[in-house]
Each structure stands twice: as C-alpha cells, then as structure tokens.
Design a protein around this ligand. Sequence first.
Ligand SMILES: [Zn+2]
Length: 312
Amino acid sequence: MFDRLSGGHFKFAPVVKAALCALGVALPNAAWAGEVAQIPESSWRLKKTPHFDIRYQAKWSPPGIQLTLEKLHRLLRSDLGTLADWLKNEPILIYIYKDRPSYLNGRFTPPDWSEGVAVYAEKTVAVYDQKEAFKLHRIIAHETTHLLFEGYFSGKGRNLPRWLNEGLAMLMEDGAGSNPQNYSWTQAMDAMTKDQIIPAEKFFTEDLNIESSAEIVNDWYLQAFSMVHFLLKKHSRLQFQNFCSRLRDGITLQEALWKTYKISSLKKLEEKWRGTLKNAGGASARQSYKRLIESVHHRSRGKAEFSPLQRR
Ligand SMILES: [Zn+2]
C-alpha cells in the first residue's frame, strides 16, 4: 500500500519501530486464517450514529465512541469535505474487535504489526478495543482519515505523498480524539527542537536511507504532522483542498505548492514552515512524544510492511 501510494523509499532495519498505520492492507494471510472460529462480524452488536455503523464484538460498546465519531465526521467534512462527497450520504463502517487476537484473526486479515486497517472499497475501518478509550478514538480517527484521503487519490490512480497522508491522519487524531496530557502531536510539535528537523531534500523524497535510527523515523512522522499542520491550519481549508486536488490531477508537488500557496520550492516551504515553529524548548519533543508513539500506536515498522505484497 505504501509502495503504491508513495513509492516506499524508506529502508528500514527490522528492529526499527515507529508510528505506523496499516493503510488498508487486507491480504489473505494463511498464518492467521481459520485459527480461531469467529462469529461473523455482520452478526455483532450494532450501534448507529448519523454517519457511522459501529459493529462491536464485545458486550459493551467502547465508551464515548458515538460522540467521538460524529465529532470526527464534522472535522473531516469541514477540513476535507470537497475531497469526499460521499461522506454526506454514505455511512462509514467501523468494526471493533474485542481484543487484538480476534482482530488479527478476523476477516480483514490485517498485518500483525497493525492496530487498525482502512478498507476503502468497503468504506470500512477495522480496529480492536483498547484499554484506554482515547487511544481507540485516536486510532479510529487516524485510519478513517486514511480511508477518506486514499479513496480520493486512488479514484484517479495518482500518487499520494506519504508525508501528506500520514501528517493529515495525525492531524485528525489530535482534532477528533481526546488528548490527555502529553498525548498530542501538537504538544510534541511545539517542543520540537532544531536538531530534529530533517532537511527538505531528505524529508520530501523520503530517502532517509536509515538503517537503524528509529529516532529519525519518529522525527520524520512529527515533521509530516507539522508540515500538514502548516499547510492546513496556517492557510485556508480551501487552499489545502485545492492543493490536494492539484496533486491528484497529476502535477508535481512543486507546481501544486506554487499554484496554491505561491511557494516556489520545497526549500522555501521548509523555510516558511520553520518560521511557524514555536520551538518551545524545554524537554525535547523526542521525550514528550515518545510516549505518544509507543503507547498510542504500537506500530512496528519492519521489512514486511514494505514488501510488494503489502498492497491493497
Ligand atoms: Zn497512518
């Protein structure tokens, strides 16, 4: 999936762990299939909201799920509405498995490093329940954003830059989910230090060529969040939607930046973005968001993720 959408240029050692999403990977996986007999998801308990059908396996639905999802929907429509007309009329299906083993053995056959999958063809997000509700909310927000955004790009078969896809999903996590202390990307961004910034030529080509540094991968994610925050929150929503529309139409990133924001190069984008950073200092952002990445995502990044088979 990563490969098709964004080129998949990262080179990771298997030990590297970082925030990651499953991005709709739904492959048959013989290792998991059939190991556990499951009640079909269609017969699980169902809760409906105006825009979601929530099917859950456990006896009780996760607390606060309906309100959170509707909040997410409002956010997606206001920030990205023109990119997904279908949001108005079609419900999004959310499947919540009772635990991780059930999720891994379910019909979506997710990769074992994932915490959620988005399957655009079915307008479906599948996740599993978490001990802490806010974590579940954040994961659903993340995957639902991928669902919408990748659907928009895949309609025309255009490339979607990974930094844009990931940064946007992280932005919606912060916007729609509850954010207990020290659990927001925004806080981490505000504490970012200069030594964490990855130069434009590396950041945008995603050619980090990192063999071992999880730290740099994590910094890349935070920068992706911050870059999308700059493009969407420091400009008008319409500009951002036009920017995405131009990328989908097939023009280059540089052209889309110029036509939309009058920013003449990736280097200039980096300069402008740097100018908006608070650089609040104090504890390094690496410390403040380490917990976020490790606790909220638990998404290990290994070789398997970039295998050619990992395509939807
Ligand atoms: Zn993601």
